[in-house]
Design a protein around this ligand. Structure first.
Ligand code: G3I
Length: 314
């Protein structure tokens, strides 16, 4: 069974993967990525971020983004654009520019409308990681200058650029109930009450083997009850290395748990893994001593986690 095929059979819109430009030269990697029965959706992991797309003011560069979007379209795979506005991978010209509120508003509008407008009819993580883990708004140049109104500005600019793009806010540590999930729910309620366009909440799901939050499904339902859809946007489940049969078996169970939570909620539209092979995963570079987080190993052999995903869609 192939993953996008089983997701579609379960009524989901897609099963997908993140990818990145340097990996596209690996022939084993690309043959799996290009298989649209396995992946019905692609997220560029880096090449649509602000540092890549507007490295200097008004100087847009879509070479990396176009490479991945063209590949996805050739394969008939949906795009999740990632992202319009985020505190990380934000170029210094934005962060350190000392712009006044009106100028920074215009900069944000231009950026969001240009990146979203380029690729019509897709899905975008317009706002990425707006919250601290305690549920307060994250401090960075946009909140420091514009307060939380930067979220309205970004969403409205994206909507104006493409009325048919689904607009998401995406964050981590909102997989289970807690103060950060509550803060996201309050934000969604506030946006809806004021008529600001918002279509969905992205739950990243960078998780740890054996340490999944309880009540993932209930938490998804708490979002969909507000009239937005949900997607699992960046799933990976890491472990302390080395991988052992026991850890890989627990990882299979954990992948199944997350996929099944989405599968059981009709408004949870799909699941994206944050790349599919341990060879290219971001985890070892960020969490030394941890890894083996993906459903394929570093030799592109399917791990038990693969079957966990399939079972999760049944
Ligand atoms: O582009 C430079 C390159 O010029 C330089 O030679 C090289 C040397 O380190 O670094 C390259 O930049 C790296 C970039 O990925 C592109 O490969 C950065 O160092 C590296 O930090 C960056 O990591 C990305 C990370 O976001 C940054 O926060 C990961 O690949 C990417 O998978 C990760 O994705 C994020 C999501 O966007 C949001 N949610 C969390 C997720 C994991 O951190």
């Amino acid at each position: 069974a192939k993953l996008h095929t089983v997701a579609k059979a379960a009524g989901k819109l897609y099963f997908g993967s993140a990818t990145d430009n340097p990996e596209l030269t690996n022939v084993q990697y690309i043959s799996i990525l290009n298989d649209s029965a396995t992946f019905g959706q692609i997220t560029p992991a880096n090449s649509l971020k602000w540092d890549a797309t507007e490295p200097a003011r008004g100087d847009f560069n879509f070479s990396g983004g176009d490479q991945i979007v063209n590949l996805a379209r050739a394969n008939g795979q949906l795009l999740r654009g990632h992202n319009c506005v985020w505190h990380s991978q934000l170029p210094d010209w934005v962060s350190d520019g000392n712009f006044d509120a009106a100028t920074l508003t215009s900069i944000l509008q231009t950026h969001c409308s240009t990146v979203v407008g380029r690729y019509q009819g897709e899905i975008w993580d317009v706002v990425n990681e707006p919250f601290n883990d305690d549920g307060t708004m994250r401090s960075f140049v946009f909140t420091d200058t514009l307060g939380s109104s930067y979220i309205d500005i970004a969403l409205q600019a994206a909507k104006a650029a493409d009325p048919n793009t689904k607009l998401y806010i995406n964050d981590f540590n909102i997989e289970g109930p807690g103060v950060k999930s509550t803060a996201m729910q309050n934000l969604v309620k506030d946006l809806k009450s004021r008529g600001i366009p918002i279509d969905g909440v992205g739950i990243q799901a960078h998780l740890i083997v054996g340490e999944l939050p309880a009540d993932i499904q209930q938490n998804i339902e708490a979002f969909t009850a507000l009239g937005v859809e949900v997607a699992i946007t960046e799933l990976d489940i890491r472990m302390d290395l080395p991988a052992t049969p026991d850890k890989l078996a627990q990882q299979k169970t954990d992948y199944q748990t997350v996929v099944s939570a989405c599968n059981n909620v009709s408004e949870c539209i799909g699941v994206t893994i944050w790349d599919f092979s341990d060879l290219v995963s971001w985890i070892p570079g960020t969490f030394p001593g941890q890894g083996a987080a993906c459903p394929w190993d570093e030799n592109f052999v399917k791990k038990p986690a693969y079957d966990g995903i399939v079972i999760g869609f049944q």
